[in-house]
Design a protein around this ligand. Structure first.
Ligand SMILES: [Zn+2]
Length: 452
């Protein structure tokens, strides 16, 4: 048996004490709140990634598939382990609840989705679900009591059209159940397969005012944060989308015998209009984007002047008024071009438009404060992709936290976010939710001034 001198024993005890203090310093931040466990998050991303794993990398865990059902069982077991009371609502959403000290208060909700696109990655949606469960783990491990009940949610079939969150917002009608999902099952049958009940989907609806707030953690799915080396994205909102089918009418004629000054060329008009769309969207102040993505000339022969063109116009922005004013500018320019070219341009709006869903300004500020308290860099940015939060925006104030996507890649097996960024996101989420719990969103009556 090795004999230790008293001095060596003391030194050893000191080293152990320093090591333990270092561990504690890692687990608790300067603000006294616990810190997310990056290696646990990384491990769980990998574990969830086994359900529907493709050979090589990435997953095909489309909603209602066997892989989706197995993945849902996995996250349900994590939720139970984190002390949550788990139920499945009529739309198949998994909801884990943690009681608050004041049961009459509306719940604070966080979460995302675990279904993927075919040939997708391991981070889209998963980060928001596992980050939410990480928050539940920290609340439990550190016995943090909250005033509000907390709800941790896994939404049904996000990639197939935000099915579960639409139901929660009261917008999922019976006609949606007949549509066929990526799994091959009709959505109604899929909801049944995951434990919901389409006949009672109205029960999944949450009335406005019954949720104090919804905060979703998600990967950016773009390259802004990764390329600028910024830790946290504070999402300003999910952009709205408007689409038009555009028809240009000219006169088809012989390409050899029609002089240049006698032509009514629909494709030349369409080309000028395409340039005008790009110029108007680029030179108008703001973050709007506008695209002509499809163009088809008829009759489409090298020796015939095009008599007709079918093209598309898409405009996206956070501000519905801005989308309208950009469209009005395009329309006015179209009239001028058509006039000069002796052609006619018609715009028919396609009714699939998505309304913009701005996040709540108070929640943006809370997310910024949380990031700053952790010494994390942050910036505001819009989300060009759709999310469950845009549906919940109809019934509750929403906030969204983005973490960097390496290379800006998403909906592909190469999707990747570092464990440090996963933990940063969960840390900001925890602090934001606790600030909401402390009453940051509650309207305070202006204090009555004492009369003298
Ligand atoms: Zn997603």
């Amino acid at each position: 048996m090795p004999v230790m001198t008293p001095g060596a024993a003391l030194r050893r005890a000191a080293i152990v004490a320093v090591a333990q203090a270092a561990v504690l310093a890692c687990a608790v931040a300067d603000d006294g709140l616990p810190r997310a466990d990056a290696s646990r998050l990384e491990r769980r991303i990998a574990e969830l990634g086994r359900f529907g794993a493709n050979p090589g990398s990435g997953v095909s865990r489309v909603a209602f598939s066997d892989a989706d059902i197995a993945g849902r069982e996995y996250v349900t077991s994590l939720m139970r382990g984190a002390g949550l009371e788990v139920r499945i609502d009529a739309a198949g959403n998994i909801i884990g609840r943690r009681a608050g000290g004041e049961p009459s208060l509306p719940a604070i909700m966080t979460g995302s989705h675990i279904d993927s696109v075919p040939q997708g990655g391991n981070y889209d949606g998963d980060v928001g679900v596992l980050g939410a469960i990480e928050v539940a783990e920290l609340l439990k491990a550190h016995a943090i009591a909250t005033r509000h009940p907390f709800e941790f949610v896994v939404f049904t079939d996000e990639e197939g059209g935000t099915v579960g969150s639409q139901a929660m917002a009261g917008r999922l009608g019976a006609e949606a159940f007949e549509a066929v999902s990526h799994s091959g099952l009709k959505i109604g049958d899929g909801i049944r397969a995951v434990g919901g009940d389409p006949a009672r989907v109205a029960e999944a609806r949450r009335a406005p005012g019954t949720l104090a707030a919804f905060v979703e953690l998600h990967i950016e799915q773009g390259a802004i944060l990764a390329e600028s080396g910024i830790d946290i994205g504070v999402v300003e909102g999910i952009v709205g989308i408007r689409w038009w089918d555009v028809t240009v009418e000219g006169v088809a004629n012989h390409a050899g015998t029609t002089p240049m000054n006698r032509r009514r060329d629909a494709l030349v008009t369409a080309a000028e209009l395409t340039l005008a769309v790009n110029r108007i969207a680029s030179t108008t102040e703001g973050t709007q984007v506008a695209t002509v993505g499809r163009i088809q000339a008829q009759p489409g022969a090298p020796n015939v002047i095009p008599g007709r063109v079918e093209m598309s116009l898409e405009i996206r922005d956070l501000d519905a008024g801005k989308m309208e004013s950009v469209f009005r500018a395009v329309e006015a320019e179209a009239r001028r071009i058509a006039d000069v070219r002796g052609t006619a341009i018609r715009f028919a709006e396609v009714s699939l438009a998505l309304e913009p869903a701005p996040t709540d300004e108070r929640l943006r500020k809370l997310i910024e404060t949380a990031a700053a308290s952790l010494d994390l860099s942050h910036r505001r940015l819009p989300s060009g992709a759709g999310h469950d939060a845009q549906e919940i925006a109809r019934i509750a104030p929403i906030g969204m936290i983005f973490v960097p996507s390496q290379g800006g890649i998403s909906h592909a097996p190469q999707e990747f976010t570092t464990p440090v960024d996963l933990a940063n996101g969960a840390n900001v989420l925890l602090r934001t939710l606790l600030a909401i719990d402390r009453g940051a969103l509650e309207s305070r009556q202006p204090a009555a001034r004492a009369s003298d």
